[in-house]
Design a protein around this ligand. Structure first.
Ligand SMILES: Cc1ncc(COP(=O)(O)O)c(C=O)c1O
Length: 404
């Protein structure tokens, strides 16, 4: 199984032919198309958008608007004004928890998250619940790490105001049943917030059809730049949400005593926007679209199936999460008593990059009964050989630690 895209599209990978990059769930490498689009903006159309009466500023404004249109297309959101540029998934979710939460949560209300959330979709909800006197409930997980929808259905009640859940778990690769979760939330009138940090890079999102009220993602995990992300929402939800931050073009009128807000998307984008970031994300979206998201998902599934087979065949390995055919391109495992950090360090000697630790999901680690795991994650530039190198490096690590 060859890589889905030429390695030469990625300067860092082609300059380092021995590098086996298996940490795309943390951040993905950047194709030249993304870097070129960003430098083109800086070199040929750079100015502060929105504020200038001169042609160059108008061009920067147009470039920003075109980026928003491309991102909206990629995410399947017909209403471009409902695509808000943020600093990333963490920023998007914090904005919702703070702005929506402060305006809507009352003592006695309930916020539900799942036990498999990244801290970015756990801590903001926990904290706003504490601040507002709301109850913070953690939905149990099914055996495979997805939200236990039966448990969720019995937990949800008219007191439930928010259900926040991941599209795909960053630790287990388990894909949540979004439609079922949304339907439970709707039956009790709760807001749904989907953390798409590990969904958007790997599968077609189709926001309008997905049903979630709000969807958050990070550009850097989907071949785009760091420091950029999106919050996509249903218009009624975004319109009713107060601004998270104030200043810049998010105003309509500033009086001495009060201020009124601009329309969407500007109301939720305070300050000078990160236009280069939006341009880079749009280029990443176009790059992924040219490959086809179904092809991306199929490629990762094939790689992860092979990795599952090869890695779980090593004696002493415990793979966490669902079976090979039900996960996106993430494989978390432990190998005997070897600390995942030691494994990652040994693999690094062979230029294999994997992640080790709690993956910013300590509540999930507790539920799995481990302190840490090793995680290999796959993307469009990985191939079968990467999987083979991973498996043989793990065999060798096992010998070094005298487990064999
Ligand atoms: C599922 C999930 N949610 C949220 C985040 C946070 O993303 P960011 O650090 O880009 O804001 C991550 C990052 O690893 C993630 O995997």
């Amino acid at each position: 199984m060859a890589a889905l895209v030429p390695r030469s599209d990625f300067t860092l990978l082609s300059c380092n032919p021995a590098l086996v990059y298996l940490d795309s769930a943390a951040t993905a490498q950047k194709p030249r198309a993304v870097l070129d689009a960003m430098s083109d903006f800086y070199e040929s159309e750079y100015a502060n958008p929105h504020r200038g009466a001169y042609a160059l500023s108008a061009r920067a404004t147009e470039r920003y608007a075109r980026a928003r249109a491309a991102v909206a297309r990629f995410f399947g959101a017909r209403d471009e004004a409902c695509v808000i540029f943020t600093r990333g998934t963490t920023d998007s979710i914090n904005a919702v928890a703070a702005a929506w939460g402060r305006a809507n949560l009352r003592p006695g209300d309930e916020v539900i998250v799942t036990g498999a959330e990244h801290h970015a979709n756990f801590v903001p909800w926990q904290q706003i619940a504490i601040e507002r006197g709301a109850t913070f409930t953690i939905c149990p997980l099914a055996e495979d790490g997805r939200a236990d929808v039966e448990a969720l259905a019995s937990l949800a009640s008219p007191k439930t105001r928010v259900i926040a859940f991941n599209h795909v778990s960053n630790v287990l690769g388990a894909i949540n049943p979004v439609a079922e979760i949304v339907s439970i939330a709707r039956s009790v009138g709760a807001l749904t917030v989907c953390d798409g940090a590990q969904g958007a890079p790997h599968m077609s999102v189709g926001f309008d059809a997905l049903g979630a009220d709000l969807y958050a993602a990070s550009a850097h995990k989907m071949l785009g730049p760091m420091g950029t992300g999106v919050l996509i929402g249903r218009r009624e939800v975004l319109e009713s949400m107060p601004p998270y931050q104030t200043g810049g073009d998010m105003i309509a009128f500033v009086g001495d005593e009060h201020t009124t807000w601009n329309t969407l998307p500007h109301k939720l984008e305070a300050g000078t926007p990160n236009v280069a970031g939006a341009v880079g994300l749009a280029a990443a979206c176009d790059y992924l679209t040219s490959i086809g998201m179904d092809a991306v998902a199929a490629h990762e599934r094939a790689l992860v199936r092979l990795a599952y087979e090869r890695v779980s065949a090593i004696e002493g390995v415990r793979v966490h999460g669902p079976g090979a055919s039900e996960r996106s391109g993430v494989l978390s495992f432990t190998l005997g008593d070897i600390h995942p950090h030691d494994l990652a360090t040994l693999l690094d000697e062979r230029h294999i990059c994997i992640r080790a630790g709690h993956h910013c999901a300590q509540p999930l680690m507790r539920r799995l009964g481990v302190a840490a795991t090793a995680r290999a994650s796959f993307y469009v530039y990985n191939d079968e050989n990467d999987v083979e190198l991973l498996a043989s490096a793990l065999e060798s690590a096992k010998r070094i630690f005298a487990l064999a």
